[in-house]
Design a protein around this ligand. Structure first.
Ligand code: PGA
Length: 255
């Protein structure tokens, strides 16, 4: 049985004070759901250290939103995998569509980042998903197949056992327009099938595949009760303790 993972991607929101307020509220509200699903918060870099100390007596885990594919050195403005693991980060979101769109990240770069993250003991949450044009052109499956092949390039079965895939249709991110539970479930099934073919069914069965894109308290239950959907990567609705808690509650009820 796969354990659900709900991750809050705060994007470029919340300063250090707002981070503390939100985490303290979440700790209070999420007490009842302890250990029923995995929950990770992904605040911006400047908040990570404070966030780590605030979650220390709770079941909440910590993730970053990005990292460099390089080890260290002259990469002004970048943050490395070892820096993240040294402050107690357990997860890192890689290849988010906003990174791909605004910072020209390619599947090759994402693949290099995944390898570095694994080397430092971080669990990568690897984002893939088609654009609206691609969906309308009927090539979603082809795009997903290529992305899976490229982001997992040269990874072993034991590597793939340590990663999480987030299926985030680009047209659903921040638009209020989510994939229907059935649309999402179909793509998740394809991802699991591809991993089964490239690796093994045992690896595929264990793979956690999150859905992301306009998840909110209203649609979370329907999405998370799909058999292939193992969690959610939540953007906008993770910024308030009320909506994030309601999504966690939906997750607990869905499984
Ligand atoms: P959204 O963002 O929930 O605001 O659509 C999801 C994401 O970008 O991870």
């Amino acid at each position: 049985m796969r354990r659900l993972l709900i991750a809050g991607n705060w994007k470029m929101n919340k300063d250090i004070h707002e981070t503390a307020t939100l985490i303290n509220e979440l700790k209070e509200r999420l007490k009842d759901f302890k250990n029923q699903v995995d929950i990770t918060l992904c605040p911006p870099f400047p908040s990570l250290v404070v966030a780590k100390s605030l979650i220390k007596d709770s079941a909440l885990k910590l993730g970053a939103q990005n990292m460099s594919q390089h080890d260290d050195g002259a990469y002004t403005g970048e943050v490395s995998a070892t820096m993240l693991s040294s402050i107690g980060c357990e997860y890192v979101i890689l290849g988010h569509s906003e990174r791909r769109q605004h910072f020209k990240e390619t599947d090759e770069i994402v693949n290099a980042k995944v390898k570095k993250a694994l080397k430092s003991g971080l669990t990568p949450i690897v984002c893939i998903g088609e654009t609206l044009e691609e969906r309308e052109a009927g090539i979603t499956d082809r795009i997903i197949t290529t992305q899976i092949k490229d982001v997992l390039h040269e990874l072993s079965s034991s590597d793939v056992e340590k990663i999480i895939i987030a299926y985030e249709p680009v047209w659903a991110i921040g638009t209020g327009r989510n994939a229907t539970p059935d649309q999402a479930n179909q793509v998740h099934r394809l991802i699991r099938k591809l991993v089964g073919q490239h690796y093994s069914w045992r690896v595929a069965e264990k793979l956690i595949i999150q859905y992301g894109g306009s998840v909110n308290p209203q649609n979370a239950y329907a999405l998370l009760s799909q058999p292939e959907i193992d969690g959610a990567l939540v953007g906008g609705a993770s910024l308030s303790s009320d909506s994030f808690t309601r999504i966690i509650q939906a997750a607990v009820e869905a499984k």
